[in-house]
Design a protein around this ligand. Structure first.
Ligand code: S3P
Length: 447
């Protein structure tokens, strides 16, 4: 039988979108809730995770933990995690020889390495990933973990997956982070929980701080200042985590509302942790109309975000200091720039080279196909917008979920829409937002 090629045509919206969209739970917080819940043998030893994100990436973390023997069960919508990994060394529970597949998830890989490095297991764990993850740099986490005493070897090629890790006795580290990577920072902090002596991190520490917040909530001895993070070895206690809505998923609807005439989209219960909401300061620069209501802080800060259409958006610049708080929103901000009148400069974006794809060339090539005047110049993207985007293109996003979703929004706001021709692009949204295309269809039906 002939295989029917699946393609997805996104037609532009021909009417205003006035709606409330409930976005799924935050991906970063979900990973951390399960990983740290798995380490928490203090207190009741049980962590209850409410409204987690269940997606490709977070399932990679959950399945890996289950393979390591961690009990994770869902009961009436609440996910219970029995702390177990914190006990491995002491109780003699340990895998002998095991392979874990992190699939597409950099967060699973880098944080799990931190968890396993100091877990005192006797066996050896191999970590694999898909083709995209196997190209991403691992030395940034492996090298400092090795300085702490971790036993890690690359299986095939220096600096990338697959790699093997054994349990070891770790020493705390004094380390200056060379890039603002929350994954590296978190991996080192998770290792530091089980190390001897303090772990002191300086340098580029102003990335998302969900690990620091949850560690404090779970009773760790951690002190954070502008210059450094000091963590003393600690036993985590079981806790209850309410996973708030993911601002990186909300960002797609925020930009859609800003671009579609007479639209207004409300997004309740979104993570408004300031280490994540850099997109709002870009909205201030280009004149997007938005409001944040009902802000409330209980461990994480949550609020309701509302964005509405405005005519004549101003061009904007993004510089290196802006990047950590909007790193995952850069593709959708490139889309926004296409609709601003005049020249926007998106700089300080070297880290985009190391994401699920080379996001600089990926977003630039596809937006060019859609008629944008956009170029990549070394580590910046320059967009000369003229208030509209032609569309009418066939796209290839190399299976990168955030590029696919950003371009789907571009298609909805364009004159002629766009076509996703690659099945792995269409399926990639399940990495972080399984319901994304269904939500577009819901919005099409709203009056
Ligand atoms: C994440 C950190 C960021 C981000 C990723 C999630 C995390 O990566 O891009 O989507 O949960 O810690 P880097 O640490 O590589 O910047």
């Amino acid at each position: 039988m002939q295989k029917v090629k699946k393609i997805l045509c996104i037609q532009p919206f021909d009417k205003a979108v006035v709606a409330t969209v409930t976005v799924p739970g935050d991906k970063s917080i979900t990973h951390r809730a399960f990983l740290m819940g798995a380490m928490a043998c203090g207190g009741s030893g049980v962590t209850r995770v409410h409204t987690p994100l269940l997606s490709g990436d977070t399932m990679s973390t959950i399945v890996a933990l289950q393979q390591l023997g961690v009990q994770i069960k869902e009961q009436s919508g609440v996910w219970e995690v029995w702390g177990h990994l914190g006990l491995i060394g002491k109780s003699g529970l340990h895998p002998k020889e095991m392979t874990l597949n992190a699939n597409n998830s950099g967060t699973t890989t880098r944080l799990l390495l931190g968890v396993l490095a100091g877990a005192g297991m006797k066996g050896r764990v191999t970590i694999l990933g898909d083709a995209s993850l196997c190209k991403r740099p691992m030395a940034r986490i492996v090298e400092p973990l090795k300085i702490m005493g971790a036993e890690i070897v690359y299986c095939k090629q220096e600096g990338v997956l697959p790699l093997c890790i054994r349990g070891a006795t770790l020493q705390g580290i004094r380390y200056q982070l060379p890039q603002a990577s929350a994954q590296v920072k978190s991996g080192l902090l998770l290792a530091g929980l089980n190390a001897m002596g303090s772990t002191v991190l300086g340098g580029e520490i102003t990335s998302r701080n969900h690990t620091e917040i949850l560690m404090r909530q779970m009773g760790a001895d951690i002190a954070v200042s502008e210059e450094q993070i000091v963590l003393r070895p600690s036993v985590l206690c079981g806790t209850s985590v309410q996973v708030v809505g993911d601002v990186s998923s909300a960002a797609f609807w925020m930009v859609l509302a800003a671009l579609c005439p007479h639209s207004k989209i409300k997004l309740p219960g979104i993570c408004c942790n300031p280490t994540r909401t850099g997109i709002l300061s870009i909205f201030d620069r280009c004149g997007v109309q938005y409001g944040v209501k009902n802000l409330c802080t209980d461990a994480e800060t949550v609020g309701d975000i509302e964005v509405e259409y405005v005519q004549d958006l101003k061009p904007f610049c993004i510089s290196e200091q802006d990047v950590p708080s909007l790193i995952d929103e850069l593709p959708i901000l490139c889309v926004l720039a296409c609709f601003c009148k005049d020249t926007s400069c998106i700089g300080g974006i070297k880290e985009l080279l190391y994401k699920e794809s080379n996001r600089i060339t990926n977003i630039v090539n596809n937006l060019k196909q859609m008629g944008a005047n956009i170029v990549a110049q070394e580590e910046q993207i320059v967009v000369v917008g003229d208030g509209v985007l032609q569309g009418g293109a066939s796209l290839d996003c190399l299976g990168d979920h955030r590029i696919v979703m950003a371009l789907a929004i571009a298609a909805l706001a364009s004159k002629q829409g766009a076509v996703f021709e690659k099945e792995h692009d269409i399926q990639s949204v399940a990495i972080s937002y399984p319901n994304f295309f269904a939500e577009i269809e819901n919005l099409r039906k709203t009056k």
